[in-house]
Design a protein around this ligand. Structure first.
Ligand SMILES: C[S@@+](CC[C@H](N)C(=O)[O-])C[C@H]1O[C@@H](n2cnc3c(N)ncnc32)[C@H](O)[C@@H]1O
Length: 259
């Protein structure tokens, strides 16, 4: 029997990023949070990726697109006194459930908020794994841009791409392409190409942490958007990013520093 959460005995809610899908990339903190939970809330595939960790726990699934429902379920379960983990892929704070949770929390009255003990376990984001498997492309200033215009108007995304291009940031492109959103990646390429060389290295990292993981290096001019799908992250180098053998790296500038 669980006891309803009170301000003196608040309901535990962990927001957990479980990495891109490889069990080895689940942080010890995230693992402990899941192990301490009785109830898991998440998209079915992410819960499946937890493997044995998800066993013997109550699963509360909701489809992609039902993010608000997932956040509400997690809050309600924790308020009922269930030890709850809201599970995201990658890092829960990067284009994922943590911010949705806080948006929904902000709608709850203070009496409910006081009855919750919320913690967030940092996770390994897709761009970090992509970078690690390609070399060190994020070695200098970088930014991320999501190319999904489902929630953000394309004009806003375009403005940010122009700013990233002008600022010579290495750019990690999330949500780069799907069956329905098939032109945005090429458009992003054109914006970036106006400010950096055609042979700027580009890393296309697909299905990280899955059996069919594939990390390919190409150039800004030559990479093929059709090779990119929704489970891919694309890293576009800045004007200093170089490729050597199979590696891509962005120098920090030590070679230019006088000793
Ligand atoms: C809704 S965002 C979630 C990002 C996630 N929270 C993170 O930190 O990696 C989904 C996007 O993340 C990237 N992504 C997530 N998992 C990935 C994986 N296993 N391999 C490559 N890219 C991935 C893709 O760009 C995908 O379209």
């Amino acid at each position: 029997m669980t006891e309803t959460a009170t301000a003196d005995n608040p309901g535990k809610l962990w927001i957990v990023g479980m990495g891109p899908g490889d069990q080895g990339l689940i942080t010890p903190e995230a693992r402990q949070a899941v192990e301490a939970s009785t109830d898991l809330v998440g998209y079915r595939l992410y819960l499946d990726l937890l493997g044995p960790l998800a066993q013997a726990r109550r699963r509360h699934e909701a489809a992609l697109g039902e993010e608000i429902r997932r956040a509400d379920m997690a809050l309600d379960l924790a308020l009922e006194g269930r030890n709850t983990a809201l599970v995201s892929s990658g890092d829960a704070g990067i284009y994922a459930m943590a911010s949705v949770l806080f948006e929904r929390l902000a709608e709850r009255p203070p009496e409910e908020r006081q009855r919750l003990d919320i913690n967030i376990a940092a996770g390994v984001s897709a761009m970090q794994v992509a970078a690690a498997h390609a070399g060190a492309p994020l070695g200098h200033d970088f930014c991320t841009v999501s190319l999904s215009d489902l929630l953000t108007p394309w004009e806003v995304i375009e403005k940010r791409l122009h700013a990233a291009a002008k600022g010579d940031f290495v750019v990690a492109l999330y949500n780069p392409r799907s069956e329905r959103r098939d032109w945005q990646l090429n458009h992003a390429r054109e914006i970036l190409q106006a400010h950096r060389p055609a042979d700027t290295p580009v890393v296309i990292a697909r299905h990280l942490g899955r059996d069919d993981e594939n990390v390919e290096t190409n150039t800004l001019e030559a990479f093929e958007p059709a090779h990119v799908d929704m489970l891919a992250v694309v890293l576009v180098g800045n004007s200093q990013t170089r490729a050597i053998d199979d590696w891509v790296f962005t120098p920090r500038g030590y070679a230019n520093k006088e000793s």
